[in-house]
Design a protein around this ligand. Sequence first.
Ligand code: FAD
Length: 488
Amino acid sequence: MMASSSVCNPSLPIHHHHNPSAANTTASVFAGTGGGSMVTAKKKVAVIGAGAAGLVAARELEREGHRVVVFERGEKAGGTWVYDPSTETDPLGIDPCRKVVHSSLYRSLRTNLPREIMGFLDFPFSIKEGRDLRRFPGYQEVELYLDDFAAESDVLKAIRFRTEVFHVGMMEGGKWVVKSRRDFGEDVAVDVNEIYDGVVVCSGHYAEPRIAEVPGVERWPGEQIHSHNYRIPEPFQDKVVIVIGSSESAADISREISKVAKEVHVSSRSALDRFGKKFYGHENMWLHSMIQGTHEDGTVVFQDGTSVIANVILHCTGYKYHFPFLETNGAVTVDDNRVGPLYKHVFPPSLGPWLSFVGLPWKTIPFPMMELQCKWVAGALSERIALPSEEEMMKDVEAFYSRIAAMGYPKHYTHNISGCQFEYFDWLATECGYPKGEEWRKEMYFANTRNKTENPDTYREEWEDHDLISQAHEEFSRLKQQHSVKNM
Ligand code: FAD
């Protein structure tokens, strides 16, 4: 896990050079959210995906005056938060021919962030009568919240459902061709080729599993599954289960399985001093080091010298960034889970602002981050916000990569912003002329992180940051008042 030190020093100067514009710019006057009017250049923009990122991208782009089409291969908006009880044909999720199931949610999933900080900055994730009132609600409540957000922002009309983008490519003159296939059911599909000024990639990054290398597993007789295809604990009844990983999903899933399984053995890279010990309060759950080897008789041997005969290995080992539709002639690549080069995780220096990625950073608070990234993208596309020159952006990216290397972090930590997320948020906000984040948000994030680490079994029910909750509610009522005044 990354220490608190920061690999991304976002406190860099703000540049205001002008980027050469692509053609097709119709000037229009737009009353911005700040209340003033501004001249923007309208662009035709394709957004890929209608999860939280795609929805807020559509809202910000439309606010800026752009013409937006959102492509969504699913039947409804919400992305990850639309639970799908079905799983993939390959439980490990590595067969390239498998039918992809997008969502990785399990049935018992509740948020791991308190709702006060999880919501978009100007659309709080408030408690609604008759719904899930809990501070860490179940996934259905997040889906309903995103439905409310989509309705309130009036972006549903921009979404083409059941429409998968299968190719995004560059054209001469800086435009983009977007090829999509609309599924009308019963084997009827229609392909459409269109040209756009800009493309915003909001396709998510929790659908392409990353698997742990387990020595000897080819001959090991047990079952293997990735958490992407985990839904309910019942199939693990009376089994001996190895859970690999120490992520949030590993913590939740191992605890849930332990209620029905015979034994659960969590194999983790971290927490060295606790290897071989039982989890506090769990009689049938042990922590181990990494797996050293597996054998034909079902034995799994850990590096700490212990071994068990197991039935299942459950990989909670994360996901890969995956953009099978994107063709940039090498301008953007994915190398050991580094999507790059990207200026501040969003724009490829040679292609910004015409191509952008929203939502890549992890170990963060995703919704507000994506909202700020989208404000930046929308403003950069209309040239209201200037990007630095390609050379300057590239220099910044290279310096960032050198810092990561110097700190000894692997490339696949590039988008882990746990050490600097609030600086990153503030940097984005400043770039967009938006206020910096309130102090209570940061304090609440850290209070929750501490509580989760110290009390993994109870953090969703018991907490001590009551004063921060009051501050949050004060801010939300101020927002509500402003909103009703604006709409008078
Ligand atoms: P997604 O929600 O994945 O949406 C991407 C959309 O793009 C999907 O609808 C997909 O169908 C569509 N798409 C992809 N490719 C194409 C294509 N080629 N053509 C057309 N459409 C396409 N975040 C929190 O804030 N709090 C939590 O408690 C929390 N818990 C989580 C638990 C789990 C198990 C997981 C996996 C994630 C969790 N997250 C949580 C993070 C969560 O992913 C984000 O909150 C957010 O949903 C990401 O939104 P997104 O729009 O970037 O991606």
